[in-house]
Design a protein around this ligand. Sequence first.
Ligand SMILES: Nc1ncnc2c1ncn2[C@@H]1O[C@H](COP(=O)(O)OP(=O)(O)OP(=O)(O)O)[C@@H](O)[C@H]1O
Ligand code: NI
Length: 350
Amino acid sequence: MNQAQTTTAPGPKTATEPGPAPSAEPLLSVTGLTVRFRMRAGRQVAAVTDVSFGLAPGECLALVGESGCGKSVLASALLGLLPGNARTDGSALLHARGGQPRLDLLTADEPTLARTVRGRRVGLVPQSPAGHLTPVRTVRAQLTETVRELRGLRGPELAAATVAAAERAAFPADHLDRYPHELSGGLAQRAATALALVGDAPVLLADEPTTGLDRALVDRTVDELRGHTADGRGLLIITHDLAAAERIADRVAVMYAGRLVELAPAARFFGTPGPRHPYARGLLEALPERAFTPIPGMPPELDALPAGCAFAPRCPRADERCATRPEPDDGLACHHPLVPAGTASEETHA
Ligand SMILES: Nc1ncnc2c1ncn2[C@@H]1O[C@H](COP(=O)(O)OP(=O)(O)OP(=O)(O)O)[C@@H](O)[C@H]1O
Ligand code: NI
């Protein structure tokens, strides 16, 4: 979506900016989101730090980054699903829509989240579907209940809508009467996706929705998720699968050690001139169809982060400036970007 491709956090745009009116206000504005886990002996895990982004109507934003960088914690924070030892800061405004009021997801109380947000205003495809499916009930029973609750259907209509909901996520109808433990990982994933799609929530968070699926099913699943953004809904997809992100995303957000280090239009990120942050470039170059060269080293521990740039110890371009943490600017937090600011726009076709 063009209107969403230029800013780190699409706040309210000025009247002089072009773009269709419906995108003037994002669906979701996350500002300075920070999550800390309090551990024993005064230890603290900095899982998410000062993350800001917006999700525009009709937009698909892909959130990528190595394991443990805070992606799922970010999603959990948006749904009020963090454990008791977590403390959040910042805001995550879910804007007014369809008669529903504006709401800060970080401060909303549990009854509000349970009754009006989860599944209705913000859907979730969870990272571990097995843990989110009820073990003692068949997939059909769970899907039927969700369709009844969220769509208000009864009788034959309900039965038909349940089968259609399964079909939407490529969950085979002849497996509907199985219990979660009777499903493969890929089928459990599809059941969870089917459940998450039922409510047609304005914002859908999909946390690794394609784990355990083969390429054809990955494509089918992400296309279905992308289809969710019709009618001005938004999709935040968390994925390790950069090919899937390239297939469906409008923008890509790259997270490292709890922070967003780059936020870029997908066309620019995957095409020319490519990622601007050395870490983002490294992620892309690690792909088999690219250089197939992994980034050396490991991400830092989140309870002992360095004062400067957290990527510096692994960065081929690091220098003395990196002892100071780079402030995010124009969708990038790096002292020595691969593509200098101002040259990253569409006219750069070297
Ligand atoms: N309840 C918790 N208490 C303490 N630390 C936690 C808790 N939950 C998550 N963490 C830590 O927060 C960090 C971020 O975890 P998160 O699950 O968000 O990573 P991720 O980016 O989703 O990784 P993956 O790609 O493997 O799913 C990790 O270091 C993890 O150990
Ligand atoms: Ni995760």
